[in-house]
Design a protein around this ligand. Structure first.
Ligand SMILES: [Zn+2]
Length: 441
């Protein structure tokens, strides 16, 4: 007994102990980033020659290079030839969709032919692509028939098994019978649906409870589904859930201190979404003035997802082709009137609706073409959605105390917002994920 006790005692003496007897925590990594230009996600102006000090997962200090010392022992990352920004936030993604080619069976093939493991494997690639492109936080707004797969992918990212952005997930989404694909199959055949379909406020509340119980951070509802151009040439959207059904969902979600994202194009479904107290309007292609005024009054967020509607148009002489063109025709003016009225606009893309290998940042030039300043467009993908997501001060801003989610681009995104399609440096939670920019240009 004595012979084994002596080495143990020596070992104990060799390890310094903390105040309460346990060994001190290992020192957190200390990094100082030298930024040639710095956009902090909140301010109107960019700043030149800044230093950002990162300790562990968080930003410790930000300031002018002349007055902000690099702490002794810090690893220096030289981005003096680049513009440093907060990690970007895409508030409308689908990691379980892959921009399906109609030639390959389109959306239906995902649900009918892909084993869930294949869909999950591809979702891990989507998550990595988001991070590679500088999107360090996403709100993923439903799995399109892949159940609670988003909760699993989120856990895999959080536990460090796979690289990916910080995720807020919606799980299955909710619509009504007749309110979501798969459709157009023989009525005798039961086919899976891309959302959880409910009828009546009791079923609606139960679906929300199930989804919240299984890990939904947000609830996603579809308030409109089919759309077409009517005889007068107007875009018409079929409403789905009733006001009573939506109210049951919103009441349940808000009780859990969660929010509700509403897919709504316009018309009756949009009016019900706002009357029912939803928190964000997704797409909002065809906003009337009364709805815009109400969104301002209620503080409703608007996630327009402009770019995705420019892809995959049907032929011009078909009802689908006419609808596709009409959607874009009304979307731009809706965005412009909402912008002018002061609606809180968040950057969202519907990526997954288009391929994850396409640039997610292609949404920025669409917003700028419609009159948003490049700086406001950057804020719509940083501090503005951070507030919507309940993460104000944590993400979407480069400031002391925030999580160290930082990106950089070689050029000046305020002069050409397309520079954000070429993110060359990504840090998430204080860890460098990619750096192709180190050193002067
Ligand atoms: Zn979507």
């Amino acid at each position: 007994m004595r012979s084994s006790a002596a080495p143990a005692l020596l070992l104990a003496l060799a390890v310094p102990v903390g105040a309460r007897g346990e060994p001190p925590a290992p020192a957190e990594p200390l990094i100082a980033i030298r930024a040639g230009t710095h956009i902090d996600g909140r301010s109107d102006q960019a700043r030149r020659n800044q230093v950002v000090v990162v300790r562990g997962r968080r930003i410790e200090a930000v300031g002018d290079a002349a007055t902000t010392p690099v702490p002794p022992g810090a690893r220096v990352i030289d981005l003096t030839g680049a513009t440093v920004l907060p990690g970007l936030i895409d508030s409308h993604t689908h990691i379980f969709l892959q921009g399906e080619d109609p030639q390959d069976g389109g959306y239906d093939a995902q649900l009918l032919r892909s084993p869930l493991a294949l869909r999950a494997a591809r979702a891990t690639v989507s998550a990595r692509r988001a991070l590679e492109q500088g999107f360090t936080t996403i709100r993923d707004v439903e799995t399109e028939g892949a159940g609670y797969g988003d909760v699993g992918i989120k856990q895999a990212v959080e536990k460090g098994y796979i690289p990916g952005p910080r995720m807020l997930v919606c799980t299955r989404a909710i619509s009504s019978t007749g309110g979501y694909p798969l459709e157009d199959y023989a009525p005798e055949i039961d086919v899976p649906k891309g959302a959880q379909l409910v009828d009546g406020p009791v079923e609606a509340r139960k679906a929300a409870r199930e989804q919240l119980d299984h890990g939904a951070d947000w609830i996603k509802v579809y308030m409109t589904h089919r759309s077409w151009v009517d005889a007068k040439g107007d875009l018409v959207s079929q409403p789905t859930l009733t006001l009573e059904e939506l109210r049951a969902i919103v009441d349940e979600a808000h009780g859990w201190r969660r929010k509700v994202a509403c897919h709504a194009y316009g018309g009756e479904g949009l009016h019900r979404a706002l009357e029912g107290g939803c928190d964000s309007i997704e797409h909002g292609l065809d906003l009337d003035d009364a709805s815009i005024a109400r969104m301002v009054r209620q503080g409703t967020w608007y996630c327009p997802t402009l770019a995705v509607y420019y892809t995959l148009w049907g032929p011009a002489d078909t009802p689908q082709g006419q609808r596709d063109r009409k959607r874009v025709e009304v979307h731009g003016p809706s965005f412009q009137r909402a912008l002018k009225a002061g609606v809180k606009i968040v950057f969202g893309t519907d990526v997954g609706g288009f391929s994850w290998s396409d640039p997610i940042a292609q949404e920025f030039p669409r917003m700028v073409e419609l009159g948003m300043s490049p700086m406001a467009a950057v804020r719509s993908a940083t501090s503005v959605p951070a507030e919507m997501l309940g993460l104000a001060g944590q993400v979407g801003v480069v400031a002391p105390g925030a999580l160290a989610d930082l990106i950089a681009v070689r050029g000046d995104p305020l002069r050409d917002v397309k520079e954000l399609e070429r993110v060359g440096f990504v840090m998430k939670d204080g860890a460098v994920f990619k750096n192709e920019l180190a050193g002067p240009p």
